[in-house]
Design a protein around this ligand. Sequence first.
Ligand SMILES: [Cu+2]
Length: 130
Amino acid sequence: MKTITLSLLAILIMGGIYIAAQESSYQEEASGGSANNVTMEDGKQIVAITAKGGYSPKVSSAKADIPTIIRMKTRGAFDCSSSVVIPSIGYQGYLPPTGETNINIPAQKAGTTLQGMCGMGMYRFQIQFS
Ligand SMILES: [Cu+2]
């Protein structure tokens, strides 16, 4: 009896992950893959990333050798993507359900790929510097 309950639970969890994956690939399509999300502001490069059920865009292209701000945007995000980790700079933070959070990034060398993820490592995003 216990085994049946556990496997049912496992199926439900797997189903949930599958649906979440479908949803995020749809979002990526909607945003057109590599969106124009990098702008300049007061000599700093702003990389805007939206967090809600994952990160959009998943891959950003930014310039190397200039100070950079990752601007995490949320609007009604109550899922785990509001917990952000960027291991290479030792960043770990929580985004408000709605708002903007600036994360300062030191100038990155060309060829660097900065990896970000949710606290569980389930949702990910990348910023490629060149
Ligand atoms: Cu997560």
